[in-house]
Design a protein around this ligand. Structure first.
Ligand code: CU
Length: 204
């Protein structure tokens, strides 16, 4: 395919057929829900950047970005196809944890700290990334992630509460758990959450 800046219509269709789940959900007309600032008409043009991966992602019901210097402990999280080890973690309210996340599987996986509602919303974004060819089963197409979706919005993942890793990759997330409650770390790559790739964070 001609490596132009924008994907061809054929490219989009080809990418879309990769993810049956994505096609099904989009066809069911559920897109547009979950984010109040998005109308269905603007979904394709503007859903990948802006507020979703912008400043308001930095404050979360699950806490806030932490400083490594304030971390009370380091927790190593192993990602395989499709699960986490460990799958549960108890945290003291106010604690900052440095997560070292390793992808030891064959597929792309995400480690994302949030609420179930946040994960549901993010799963829709990840489906669109797959449809646009930015996310493949075992690799991330960084050029497509940087593609301008209009108005300077991109599909790049720079959120402090998550990492998206190709097989063999390792990264850190430092998070301060300011709120008590039950939260989840989850993988929102299409199909993985439903396959059970989710862990529990019990903050007391
Ligand atoms: Cu996964």
């Amino acid at each position: 395919m001609n490596p132009t800046k924008y994907p061809t219509v054929l490219g989009i269709i080809t990418a879309a057929t990769m993810t049956l789940a994505a096609s099904t959900v989009m066809a069911a007309g559920t897109h547009g829900s979950g984010h109040g600032n998005m109308s269905p008409a603007s979904m394709h043009g503007g859903a990948h950047g802006g507020s979703m991966h912008g400043d308001d992602a930095h404050s979360s019901p699950a806490g806030e970005p932490g400083k490594a210097s304030e971390a009370t402990r380091t927790v190593t999280v192993e990602m395989t196809d499709n699960r986490y080890t460990p799958e549960t973690l108890s945290v003291k309210q106010g604690e900052t944890i440095r997560f070292v996340v390793e992808n030891k599987g064959q597929l792309v996986h995400e480690f994302n700290i949030g609420t179930p509602a946040m994960h549901t919303a993010h799963q829709k974004e990840m489906m669109m990334m797959a449809e646009h060819g930015a996310l493949e089963a075992d690799r991330i197409n960084h050029d497509r992630m940087k593609m301008d979706m209009g108005g300077g919005r991109t599909m790049e993942h720079n959120d402090p509460n998550s990492v998206l890793l190709e097989p063999g990759k390792k990264a850190e997330v430092v998070w301060k758990f300011t709120e008590a409650g039950k939260f989840e770390f989850a993988c929102n790559v299409p199909g993985h959450y439903d396959a059970g790739m989710v862990g529990t964070l019990d903050v007391q």
